[in-house]
Design a protein. Structure first.
Length: 449
């Protein structure tokens, strides 16, 4: 079923061009010539996505955003503006926008943002459906696999989830740490409340503080209203802090206080605000080494490390590859509106010889590509990337002959992905499952720029 998208812009050419692009992407597009017409369309029916200009006569984009969230909370919203500022973007996203596009924008940029927004909505609805199923049949959110490492992980999650203890999730890039965090939330007494996630490596220190703790009116130029941060926005829920190892020392101090005292102080504020949120953190760094090197506070490490869950890399669970392939093919089939795809017998054998430095995320990308290429309902070896057929593929990939730290593993994998994409950072960021800003920071940190 095509995604239903409402495009709102009082500039006819811009509106029609974007509608044309999204139509070619397979979306069913409705156009609104201004904010008032958009409100009329929203009153009629729900959309999967609303793409609205910010500056319009009468009813502006923020009013469209507000009304959309009141009527249809699950609808994703992209703001389009010719006058982007950090304050405007933060305010729009604080009110519930998924992201924003700055005019003039590239068609590919718009297409990718729309795709990501629609995927976010689909995943959220799937998680809700799974949560309902879990309540009805006492089934946990499926972490795909039945290998011994995965069985141990599932058992640990079942034991830890009902508690309120802080949890530290360790694992290589692409192993599924956020899925583990979501499963913890859905199996906890906090499941009815919100689960909020943030990639700490995607923000500089000031923006991260603003995202986590919010700000008071007048805290900085453009801060006309008080804004709650993530700690306040998930009362009784769970806050997932991904890439914890990227956090600066000053931010570590503020986070430690928030966890210990269960209070936060907004940027520009003078009063403590009590908060009730469970902290689940994740990193692909070796935090013990970071502590020894003086880059991570020991007291915060011990506060986070109350309970540790280790997510195994795909190389330690090769028996799960066929199950994962079927899961990702089913997902890709739905997205592509294709009949259910199957694997030829040779494909699992080829995949079993591959090192998968990008772990489950890399396997998902491979299956998505294969699903696009497969035309007869069967994924065959010819639908796999050519380098997977190489006899020395494990040597050719950034696998290691001796143990290395998670940080070194990450550096080598990012270097390899950049090499495979010929330095195309947009494509590399998509493969890595991070945004361009995070990739830029990591490349700079590892000397890959």
């Amino acid at each position: 079923m095509p995604a239903l998208v409402l495009v709102v812009d009082d500039e006819p050419i811009a509106r029609k061009n974007l509608a044309h692009v999204l139509g070619r992407q397979g979306c069913q597009v409705t156009q609104a010539a201004d904010g008032r017409q958009a409100l009329t369309e929203l009153a009629k029916s729900e959309f999967d996505l609303v793409v609205t200009d910010l500056m319009m006569e009468g009813v502006d984009g923020l009013e469209v955003l507000k009304r959309t969230k009141e009527l249809w909370p699950d609808t994703e919203i992209l703001m389009v503006t010719g006058y982007p500022t950090v304050e405007t973007a933060v305010e729009a996203m604080r009110r519930g926008a998924y992201d924003y596009l700055a005019k003039p924008y590239q068609i590919e940029e718009a297409r990718l943002l729309v795709q990501k927004a629609l995927e976010k909505r689909r995943l959220r609805l799937e998680v809700r459906e799974l949560r309902e199923r879990m309540r009805e049949r006492s089934e946990p959110l499926p972490i795909i696999g039945d290998s011994p490492p995965v069985r141990r992980l599932k058992q640990a999650i079942a034991q830890v989830a009902p508690t309120d203890s802080t949890v530290l999730i360790l694992g290589e890039t692409g192993t599924g740490k956020e899925l583990v965090a979501r499963t913890l939330h859905l199996l906890s007494r906090r499941a009815e409340a919100r689960f909020l996630a943030i990639n700490c490596g995607a923000f500089n220190e000031d923006l991260l503080e603003n995202e986590l703790f919010g700000h008071e009116a007048g805290a900085f130029s453009g801060a006309t209203r008080m804004k709650k941060g993530l700690f306040e926005s998930a009362p009784g829920g769970t806050l997932f802090l991904d890439e914890m190892g990227e956090m600066s020392q000053p931010m570590q101090v503020k986070l430690l206080r928030a966890i210990q005292e269960r209070v936060i102080r907004r940027v520009g504020g003078t009063e403590d605000v009590p908060v009730d949120v469970r902290i689940v953190a994740a990193t692909n760094r070796d935090l013990k080494r970071e502590v020894e090197a003086g880059r991570f506070r020991q007291d915060l490490y011990y506060r986070l490390n109350v309970i540790t869950l280790n997510v195994p890399p795909l190389s330690e669970r090769p028996g799960d590859i066929p199950l994962l392939c079927q899961f990702f093919l089913a997902k890709a089939s739905r997205l592509l509106d294709k009949p259910q795809l199957t694997l030829s017998p040779e494909v699992p054998e080829i995949l079993s010889r591959y090192a998968f430095p990008g772990n489950v995320r890399e396997l998902e990308n491979i299956m998505e590509r294969a699903a696009v290429l497969a035309e007869d309902g069967v994924v065959e070896p010819r639908h796999l990337p050519q380098d997977l057929h190489d006899a020395d593929v494990r040597v050719a990939r950034p696998g290691f002959s001796e143990p290395v730290t998670l940080e070194e593993n990450e550096r080598r994998y990012i270097s390899w992905v950049l090499e495979q994409t010929a330095g195309n950072r947009t494509q590399a960021a998509k493969i890595l499952g991070i945004d361009r800003a995070s990739l830029w920071r990591k490349a700079k940190k590892f000397g890959l720029d």
